[in-house]
Design a protein around this ligand. Structure first.
Ligand SMILES: *[C@@H]1O[C@H](CO)[C@@H](O)[C@H](O)[C@H]1NC(C)=O
Ligand SMILES: *[C@@H]1O[C@H](CO)[C@@H](O)[C@H](O)[C@H]1NC(C)=O
Ligand SMILES: *[C@@H]1O[C@H](CO)[C@@H](O)[C@H](O)[C@H]1NC(C)=O
Ligand SMILES: *[C@@H]1O[C@H](CO)[C@@H](O)[C@H](O)[C@H]1NC(C)=O
Length: 595
């Protein structure tokens, strides 16, 4: 979903998914939030800024996350906090999904010259540098956007600390005015929210308790004055500023529907299916659903999901190919004979740049409060490494410094790899190798990667526990900087272990599944010590081939087994005359093509 603006292409980081879990809904009593940052052109590396004191007159350069252009400069506050990924040293975590909203209200593509200096990506990271709680973060975001101008289109922000989870929808006023329009709602305990590129807040008035609700007070007046709202129905923020279309339902709300189907206690998935399919756009889903016993692992599984087992499951029809891949490469929309069709847009997608699931805890020292299980590339097939908001270093293979993925900045900082420069020293590239191996060998490779993931997670969890014990002990002794060193060393080691493990895993996958085969050890084989089986496709797939081709591939009844053996049907027979057989096969195919 690309939006053309002036000379800029606003790339889709506009495709993301977030799940937010309040303490009361979680299995461990901790807040969990999650984020897939989905953009094929986004390099996955951990953005980070160290804590700093700024002398008067200091400024911060602001670079657009989506466009890679410098938007302007903003004065630094006297002090900024440590930011690691999308978390800070006080346990504040912020994520987002882009909603777009009415194009006339978009400020995307504007810069300082147009009076807007902060895009949504910078807004997140600058807020993490300045806010010590979720509530403070909500105010900081509004203040920054109002003071320096908001240079993006409509966004949904997930803002959490160890106690509170807020969900805010925000947009600019285009050329119709200055400042932002927003509503921020605190999610009630025991509830879960998900959002995915479609605005979701409907009626929210009266909004008179700032502990639970905040908004731009002139929002109704602004909408009325400019003809977006006629006052005949109660004011609904999302219906006014980002009305649901077929695409908004099918590509975006369907993801929320899938998450709610799994987590919502009273969520009737059947009832809301026509909405998620895009057939009944009036049947809006609730903003949040009641849930219980939701673990970080449940969240991770949903963030890595592809509509498995649902009406939308893309792994079961012929388009999935013989190995049930839920991934489709011909875009979200495709046409045939003037009719447009869609591919589903699952939560887990091949073009995720990076992702995390957070656990935010009140009962640990501040630098340990926010724990991100952070990963580069596709959530489904990349390892997640545990990193604390207070850590100040990551392994070089995960390092993004202050570049937010921008290639020119990565090169200038000497960081390994960009989206166009392959580098095995970069986790994003290594993880892509594993994931791409899975996409085209889905049934064979997916279980191998899942097992490796579980083993690595156990290893990393054990290391995490040791590091947290040590850091907590040092904190108790008042040795903050030593504790931070422990957290940083831990983050570096976790990255090293993950990248090493995934490099080895990729090599193993290639050996196991090369040439459409399955390589198994066989000590009785004197040549390779292995046996090579062919991938076996399902009966459903075979039926589709037969339906498509009639008797083209039908084989007559059995012949003499010895005669069959040498014709490439048996492994041993195939080893000796293999070249001859291949040539014969190719020649035969050529002949029949010519005929
Ligand atoms: C921003 O300002 C520049 C310089 O005045 C102008 O050329 C450009 O059209 C403006 N862009 C937008 C999106 O308004
Ligand atoms: C869920 O919705 C479907 C479709 O409207 C309805 O038939 C069914 O009775 C509902 N189930 C429950 C448990 O309410
Ligand atoms: C919570 O979830 C876990 C793991 O899925 C399960 O074993 C446990 O029984 C659940 N507890 C409750 C109270 O539902
Ligand atoms: C597609 O639409 C165009 C324009 O309406 C028409 O000329 C053409 O014949 C159509 N093609 C098919 C395959 O229906």
């Amino acid at each position: 979903m690309r939006v053309w603006l002036v000379a800029f292409v606003v790339r889709s980081v506009s495709s993301c998914s977030n799940i937010l879990v309040t303490k009361g809904a979680s299995s461990d009593g901790y807040v969990h939030t999650s984020y897939n940052a989905d953009d094929a052109a986004l390099f996955g590396a951990v953005p980070r800024w160290g804590a700093a004191l700024h002398p008067p007159g200091s400024v911060r350069e602001v670079w657009s996350w989506d466009l890679g252009i410098k938007l302007g400069e903003v004065p630094e506050p006297p002090q900024t906090y440590n930011v690691m990924g999308n978390a800070n040293e006080f346990g504040v975590v912020i994520g987002e999904t882009t909603h777009g909203g009415l194009s006339v209200l978009s400020n995307a593509g504007k810069t300082e010259a147009n009076g807007t200096r902060i895009d949504y990506g910078s807004l997140i990271w600058m807020t993490l540098q300045r806010a010590r709680s979720a509530r403070e973060a909500v105010s900081t975001m509004v203040d920054l956007a109002t003071t320096y101008g908001y240079a993006s289109s409509m966004e949904g922000f997930s803002i959490a600390d160890a106690d509170e989870v807020w969900y805010m929808e925000m947009l600019g006023r285009g050329n119709l005015g200055e400042g932002v329009l927003y509503v921020a709602l605190r999610i009630p305990e025991g509830y879960v929210v998900a959002h995915a590129n479609q605005a979701r807040i409907r009626e929210f008035l009266p909004c008179d308790d700032p502990e639970w609700c905040r908004y731009s007070p002139d929002v109704v007046e602004f909408a009325t004055k400019n003809g977006f709202y006629d006052g005949t129905v109660p004011f609904s923020f999302s219906d006014v500023f980002d009305p649901v279309t077929f695409e908004g339902a099918r590509f975006c709300e369907a993801r929320v529907w899938y998450v709610f189907s799994h987590l919502g206690k009273d969520f009737n998935a059947t009832y809301y299916l026509p909405y998620a399919r895009g057939d009944d756009l009036a049947r809006r889903m609730p903003l949040w659903v009641e849930a219980s016993n939701v673990s970080a692992r449940d969240v991770r599984a949903l963030m890595a999901s592809h509509y498995e087992g649902s009406w939308f499951d893309p792994s079961v029809d012929v388009g999935a190919g013989p190995e049930h891949s839920p991934y489709r490469y011909n875009g979200l929309e495709w046409t045939l004979k003037n009719q447009t069709f869609v591919n589903e847009r699952p939560v887990g997608t091949q073009y995720t740049g990076w992702h995390f699931v957070s656990t935010i805890r009140a009962d640990v020292p501040p630098p340990m409060k926010a724990l991100l299980w952070w990963g580069a590339d596709d959530h489904s097939w990349s390892p997640a490494i545990p990193i604390h908001g207070g850590a100040t270093e990551v392994h070089p293979s995960y390092d993004g410094q202050d570049c937010a993925g921008r290639s020119e900045c990565r090169r200038a900082r000497g960081l390994p790899g960009t989206v166009t420069d392959f580098d095995v020293e970069a986790a994003w590239w290594v993880n892509n190798l594993v994931a791409d191996t899975v996409y085209t060998r889905y049934d064979r490779a997916a279980p191998v990667v899942e097992a490796a993931m579980a083993r690595l997670e156990a290893t990393l969890s054990a290391k995490l526990e040791v590091a947290e014990d040590e850091a907590s002990r040092l904190e108790e002794e008042g040795l903050r900087s030593e504790a931070l060193q422990v957290l940083s060393r831990h983050a570096v080691e976790a990255g090293a272990v993950a990248t090493q493990t995934w490099t080895a895993l990729w090599q193993r996958l290639v050996v196991l599944f090369i040439d459409g085969k399955i390589t198994k050890p066989d000590p009785t084989d004197g040549v390779c010590g292995c046996v090579k089986d062919s991938a076996e496709f399902s009966n459903e797939w075979k039926q589709k081939v037969v339906d498509d081709t009639g008797n083209k591939y039908e084989e007559p009844p059995t012949q003499d087994p010895m005669l069959r053996a040498a014709k490439g049907l048996r492994r041993r027979a195939s080893r000796r005359p293999i070249h001859k057989l291949d040539i014969k096969g190719v020649a035969g195919a050529t002949r029949s093509t010519i005929q």
